[in-house]
Design a protein around this ligand. Structure first.
Ligand SMILES: C[S@@+](CC[C@H](N)C(=O)[O-])C[C@H]1O[C@@H](n2cnc3c(N)ncnc32)[C@H](O)[C@@H]1O
Length: 275
């Protein structure tokens, strides 16, 4: 498969036995199998659970609502949201191994009834129009070349007045980031747009902007601290290495260095499908 159809995106993420490795790591740490205890291992984006809490504060899901996680990975944010807010979350993701891990971790946390996993692509969502009350996507847009289609699909599956939250890395003003990065081994599967261009793509898809901001300066202390810790102490005992291997250390250092140098930005938006 070509990069355009997502083949190499999947290759970047895929590995066998993900859920078994994660559950073994939790057992070794004598930690309970809960969405909170899993968070260092299953929220696969910069700043982990802290970023998901910030997403939830803006998206504000209500009990019983139908929420879509676009590019939900192994389902950490979806399980955390369902457990915390009593909503029903559907996690759609391109990578089959991630979908299988998400299903196994849903079962292990007793959340299979409230978190559904669907294998599928963000630019061709396998859902009908208006199926969801809210949707979100954390650190996925970087893998998607056709951004207007990405936002248009999110809009289509929301009910009128429904909200979509996205946060992801974008292009910085000072040139190319250092590869490899957590979402891509190289530029062939990394599609970064600058904040202003991103805003235009969002408007072209038909969304109303509720919040749109360049969050880079705000998150920089966390990125710097993470880099300092990784360089001084290496990987933490429980971390994303269980999912992505020990290469995650260098990938995260590349994120922090590139953002510090103005070669990556962090974009956050809350968008509404016009009523
Ligand atoms: C960095 S991970 C983030 C996972 C999850 N959102 C989280 O924060 O834990 C990026 C995810 O996006 C998925 N992805 C990339 N391109 C996609 C696409 N076109 N459609 C659906 N999922 C996609 C990958 O399979 C991967 O699970």
């Amino acid at each position: 498969m070509s990069a355009a159809t997502g083949g190499t995106v999947k290759d970047h993420y895929a590995s066998e036995g993900i859920a078994a490795r994660i559950l073994a790591a939790l057992r070794a740490a004598e930690a309970p199998v809960t969405p909170d205890a899993l968070a260092p291992l299953d929220h696969f984006h910069g700043r982990g659970l802290k970023a998901t809490r910030e997403m939830a504060a803006l998206l504000d899901p209500r009990p019983g609502e139908r929420v879509l996680d676009i590019g939900g990975g192994i389902g950490g944010p979806a399980r955390w949201l369902a457990a915390r807010f009593g909503c029903h979350v559907t996690s759609v993701d391109l990578t089959p191994e991630f979908c299988r891990a998400a299903e196994a971790l849903n079962a292990a946390t007793g959340l299979s009834e409230r978190v559904r996993v669907v294998e599928g692509g963000a630019t061709d969502l396998p859902f009908g129009a208006g199926e969801f009350d809210r949707a979100y996507s954390e650190n996925v847009a970087m893998n998607v070349p056709d951004k207007v289609r990405f936002y248009s699909e999110a809009l289509r599956v929301l009910r009128l007045g429904g909200l979509f939250y996205t946060s992801h890395y974008g292009a910085g003003p000072r040139g190319e980031p250092d590869y490899p990065l957590p979402w891509a081994a190289g530029p062939a599967t990394s599609f970064l747009t600058a904040p202003e261009e991103t805003r235009e793509q969002i408007l072209a898809a038909g969304f109303e902007v509720v919040v749109f901001r360049d969050k880079t300066e705000e998150v920089m202390p966390d990125l710097r601290e993470n880099r300092r810790r990784l360089e001084a102490q290496g990987l933490p005992p429980l971390g994303l290495q269980t999912l992505m291997g020990e290469r995650i250390r260098d990938l995260q250092i590349n994120v922090a260095r590139s953002a510090e140098d103005g070669r990556l930005t962090v974009i956050e938006a809350l968008l509404r499908r016009p009523a």
